[in-house]
Write a protein that binds this ligand. Structure first.
Ligand code: SF4
Length: 313
């Protein structure tokens, strides 16, 4: 017996329910991808070991909410037992909604500590009116977080930097610092006492933004102080977004290249003892190819990596 049109309409979900269902489906798909990428990064860089107490620094921004959420869900499935404690620094910015994070963390049953320290007044006192406060603000924040890490017995400090932060930092160092370096997925802190990890190293910023939206995280903007984001970082971010739009794949290629460094093909005398180079008479796959161009520069460039002068707007 066929289904009459009116019956079929009664059986089909209402448009509102359909949209909600679609959103739920998309959020699940995204959650799976984020879990996979974070899991891979943790494994690739040996970020978390059995018995670790991971202090997740939560600012109230989309990235740190995403980091915490994904780590919590990975911990539930992980064969490696580890602990999580969320830490937020309340820097006493005017208008900081101090109740938001404790409410969220308690609601999710996540152990947390809110550290109150008025670094805002220090920054205001030291930086002249109109100056960019972010670098001093971050430095002070780092000092407090290192201290708290010791107090809560953290063995790892997890930060919410993602793939695009890593790339932007690489280009900032290249363009303005004259160095080939970026934020690594795992490194000892500059005071030598802690291990800092970046489990979102493989995650794209736009996925974190979509995830925050889907999860309706109670976002606290990091501009309560009215300070502006570093202008150079903004420019580099815009450059990367433009590349991503105009040349799909280029940004991915650059990110992958950061994990395939051929130290013998650079000029750093710290990495290579040039005075010790001897010809051993055996073919070397990575040896010099004299007058030939490198094979990867002689192949026709696909559109995605065709170079154009950098527009420094
Ligand atoms: S925007 Fe404000 S709170 Fe955020 S890092 Fe800069 S100075 Fe600090």
């Amino acid at each position: 017996m066929g289904v009459e049109v009116s019956d079929a309409m009664a059986l089909a979900p209402a448009p509102g329910a359909r949209t909600a269902h679609r959103r739920e489906f998309e959020a699940n798909k995204l959650r799976k991808r984020l879990r996979r990428q974070v899991g891979e990064a943790i494994a690739d860089y040996a970020m978390i070991e059995a018995g670790d107490r991971v202090m997740v620094c939560v600012s109230g921004g989309k990235d740190s909410y995403g980091l915490l959420d994904i780590l919590v869900s990975l911990r539930q499935r992980s064969p490696v037992p580890f602990d999580i404690i969320a830490v937020n620094l309340d820097q006493k910015h005017p208008g900081f909604p101090a109740e938001v994070l404790p409410g969220y963390l308690a609601g999710r049953n996540i152990a947390y500590r809110i550290e109150e320290q008025d670094t805002y007044s220090v920054v205001k006192r030291v930086i002249p009116e109109g100056g960019t406060m972010c670098s001093l603000c971050s430095r002070l924040r780092r000092g407090v977080l290192y201290r708290v890490a010791g107090e809560v017995g953290a063995t790892k400090i997890a930060l919410g930097h993602h793939r695009d932060d890593i790339l932007a930092t690489f280009f900032l160092n290249l363009f303005f610092g004259g160095k080939l370096k970026t934020m690594p997925p795992k490194l000892t802190s500059d005071d030598g006492k802690h291990i800092v990890i970046r489990p979102l190293a493989y995650v794209r910023e736009r996925d974190l933004a979509r995830y925050a939206d889907a999860m309706a995280f109670p976002i606290i903007p990091c501009d309560l102080c009215g300070s502006q984001e570093n202008l150079q970082r903004k420019q580099v971010g815009a450059m990367l977004r433009e590349w991503e739009k105009k040349y799909p794949g280029r940004v991915e290629t650059i990110f992958n290249a950061l994990g395939k460094v051929v130290t013998t093909h650079l000029l750093d005398r710290q990495l290579q003892d040039f005075s010790a180079i001897r010809a051993a008479g055996l073919p070397l796959p990575d040896g010099d190819i004299a007058f030939d161009d490198d094979p990867c520069t002689t192949q026709p460039l696909p559109a995605m990596i065709r170079l154009e002068p950098f527009d420094e707007r």
